[in-house]
Design a protein around this ligand. Structure first.
Ligand SMILES: *Cc1c(COP(=O)(O)O)cnc(C)c1O
Length: 354
């Protein structure tokens, strides 16, 4: 199958191989990875290697802490303001897509939200270039890549306040100045492993400044003190994330991922722009290199296109249920040959129906 799913998504074949071997016999110890205790040296080594690989790939120093947490990126929508924003304070948020809007909704439960910019007027099909960030804002939050709408920030927003980013769908896809950020979070199931765990990277100095009492399990400081072992972590999901990070490093790190990201996206968009029955949805300059959204000229053509994809073993081509249309996700583990196969199908489809 050609897997264009948006998440959970394609993983490297060797990661799947190694993960399945470990389900039967982890590191030749005679136990399954599903059976080992989370406080054993076996698992503590998995966790520590994973966290140090995240730091290494991101070029982060000792002022940062890496956490592996439960609850998906969606829990971070709430956990970020709970830990960083007091009731009488303001945080700035960019309103550029469905995920960002959900983050805004949660932040409003904890303090004031100032909308720094919005692309709502055009159904989030572009990235605004002008932002207004109050000087007193506790932080600026944005979604680096809008998975559903197919747009991506190709620049870092200017702000004199700490930056917080949801990088769920483009983390590790290219070299990036991660150290400009105070908090980064990403559900692992798009570009960094399997579902069930969220990577959270925190500059420790931003914590401990709110007045409210934070429930134990939601206070980042407790997770830092417990080294991500406050309670039983999702052992298997963290193990798959470790295998994925090892694979990224072995293939050449983020430099190589960036090269491949551009190769895939260039091939896809060049093909798309040459066709007459399919067309892109997002503004060209803001197009996502990970999730490409597009439309067929008519609803009938969309149906026919999805049918042809299905017949050719291509899955995950339907757009998100909230916006419709078509979408293909091209994460790190997607081989260029899969994008080539899709592009060949698109060209044939276009010749047949244009
Ligand atoms: C998928 C996604 C989410 C939601 O992740 P969950 O792990 O399902 O909570 C949030 N933000 C972005 C940018 C995403 O792509």
């Amino acid at each position: 199958m050609y897997n264009f799913n948006s998440g959970p998504a394609v993983l490297p074949a060797e990661v799947l191989q190694q993960a399945s071997e470990a389900v039967l016999n982890f590191n030749n110890i005679g136990l399954s990875v599903l059976e080992i205790g989370h406080r054993t040296d076996w698992f503590v080594n998995v966790l520590e290697e994973s966290k140090s690989l995240v730091k290494e790939l991101m070029h982060l120093d000792e002022s940062y802490e890496v956490l592996y947490l439960h609850g998906g990126a969606t829990t971070q929508f709430m956990q970020v303001p709970l830990n960083l924003l007091d009731e009488d304070e303001t945080a700035a948020y960019c309103d550029n897509g469905i995920w960002g809007s959900k983050a805004i909704k949660e932040a409003k439960l904890f303090g004031n939200v100032h909308i720094a910019c919005s692309s709502k007027d055009q159904n989030h099909t572009y990235i605004p270039k002008e932002l207004s960030v109050p000087q007193h804002a506790k932080y600026l939050h944005y979604t680096t890549n809008n998975t559903v709408e197919g747009t991506q920030w190709h620049f870092i927003p200017e702000a004199n306040v700490p930056l917080v980013a949801d990088m769920s769908s483009d983390i590790f896809s290219c070299e990036f100045p991660f150290s400009k950020f105070s908090l980064i979070y990403a559900g692992a199931q798009k570009n960094a492993g399997a579902a069930g765990v969220t990577i959270v990277v925190i500059k420790k100095g931003i914590l401990g400044k709110v007045k409210r009492t934070i429930p134990t399990i939601l206070d980042y400081r407790n997770h830092i003190d417990a080294k991500s072992l406050l309670n039983t972590p999702p052992v298997f999901a963290i193990f798959v994330s470790l295998l994925t990070l090892r694979w990224i490093k072995k293939e050449g790190g983020l430099k190589e991922m960036e090269k491949r990201t551009h190769q895939r996206a260039d091939l896809f968009y060049e093909t798309l722009d040459s066709l007459s029955v399919l067309e892109g949805k997002a503004d060209r300059q803001d197009r996502s290199l990970m999730n490409a959204t597009f439309l067929a000229k008519t609803p009938e053509l969309e149906k026919l296109f999805l049918e042809e994809c299905k017949q050719n073993g291509m899955v995950g081509v339907k757009g998100h249920r909230s916006v419709g249309g078509l979408r293909v996700s091209m994460y790190n583990a997607m081989p260029l040959s899969s994008v080539q196969a899709l592009c060949d199908l698109m060209k044939t489809f276009d010749e047949k129906y244009s």
